[in-house]
Design a protein around this ligand. Structure first.
Ligand code: GLU
Length: 304
């Protein structure tokens, strides 16, 4: 018999590009705690679309580290690299509505175009994560020009036509777009401002999807009702809401939690060589000691 769908479903969705660090431990434990408090489900998802960086031993490491923390999750675990066809179908639906366009610009070409702007590179707008906003190269080229570039066969990325996407999403939504943030305990309405991101990449030749595209599809397919993740991804939620509406996906609530300092106070890194919190385990720290080293409501440490 199929298990009854829970009313509250949250998830932990790590990318296996390195060992989990304390920030991941916090995120996973907090999501599981949220699920327990709401008598809901805690799911795991492996976000391994970046096949150039994802490694099987990091996937094994995720399972081992989470089990060591005492976490359990239903099987089968959703593994994104098995779902490229699903992401491709969603991209095709955006393509059919002319909401994405192919872009052949290299990094160097983009940087040169920005430097050549009247105000120069320093004055060019940056997105909320600090990257220069894409200057729109190849967005408005003629159909003939686009076709000739296609025939030439070089690599290109699919970029969202952000202005059109927002206009279309607002039309579909019958008004301005927002998302609901619940991390303070009281639901807060946050107005979506997608324009600041410019035409984000939704797929590339070497990675036929993107974090933004696959995360919204999988949150919907896994029937996630609350996305629990770090504040470093709060900005991305503005893009995610636009995509959810365009793709007709349900709207989860968002719990963006505080970020965690490493025990030494340094910024947590996800370099492949960083031993992560399994290093603490190997150094003899107990599970309780690791949890105590996390910020409230799990431990007593300061957060960022
Ligand atoms: N896979 C992302 C990461 O490891 C997290 C995705 C999410 O929680 O939305 O940073």
């Amino acid at each position: 018999m199929m298990e009854k769908q829970k009313n509250f479903v949250t998830r932990f969705a790590p990318s296996p590009n390195g060992w989990l660090h304390l920030g991941h431990a916090y995120s996973a434990l907090l999501a599981a705690q949220q699920a327990a408090q709401h008598n809901g489900a805690f799911l795991l998802r492996i976000e391994d679309i970046d096949t150039g960086r994802a490694r099987p031993h990091f996937v094994d490491g995720i399972y081992q580290d989470l089990a060591w923390l005492g976490l359990t999750w239903p099987e089968p675990v959703l593994v994104q690299s098995t779902r490229f066809a699903v992401y491709e179908a969603a991209l095709a639906s955006l393509r059919d509505r002319d909401l994405v366009y192919p872009c052949w610009a290299s990094r160097a070409e983009i940087a040169a175009a920005i430097d050549a702007m009247p105000g120069g590179g320093e004055n060019w707008p940056r997105d909320p994560d600090g990257a220069p906003v894409y200057p729109g190269l190849y967005r408005d080229i003629s159909t003939e020009h686009r076709q000739s570039l296609m025939w030439r066969g070089g690599g290109y990325a699919w970029r969202l036509r952000m202005h059109r996407a927002i206009a279309e999403a607002e039309k579909l939504n019958d008004g301005p777009i927002f998302f609901t943030e619940v991390s303070s305990g009281t639901p807060q309405r946050i107005d979506v401002d997608g324009h600041r991101f410019g035409d984000v990449v939704l797929a590339r030749k070497d990675m036929p999807t993107s974090y933004h595209l696959s995360v919204v599809i999988d949150d919907a397919d896994q029937r996630i009702t609350q996305v629990t993740r770090g504040r470093d991804l709060l900005n991305a939620t503005h893009i995610h809401r636009v995509l959810q509406i365009l793709l007709g996906l349900p709207e989860p609530q968002y719990f963006h939690h505080a970020l965690v300092r490493d025990v030494s106070g340094r910024r947590l890194s996800k370099q492949a060589g960083d031993p992560g919190f399994r290093g603490l385990r190997q150094d003899g720290y107990s599970r309780d000691a690791v949890i105590a080293a996390l910020p409230p409501p799990l431990g007593t440490a300061a957060s960022l």
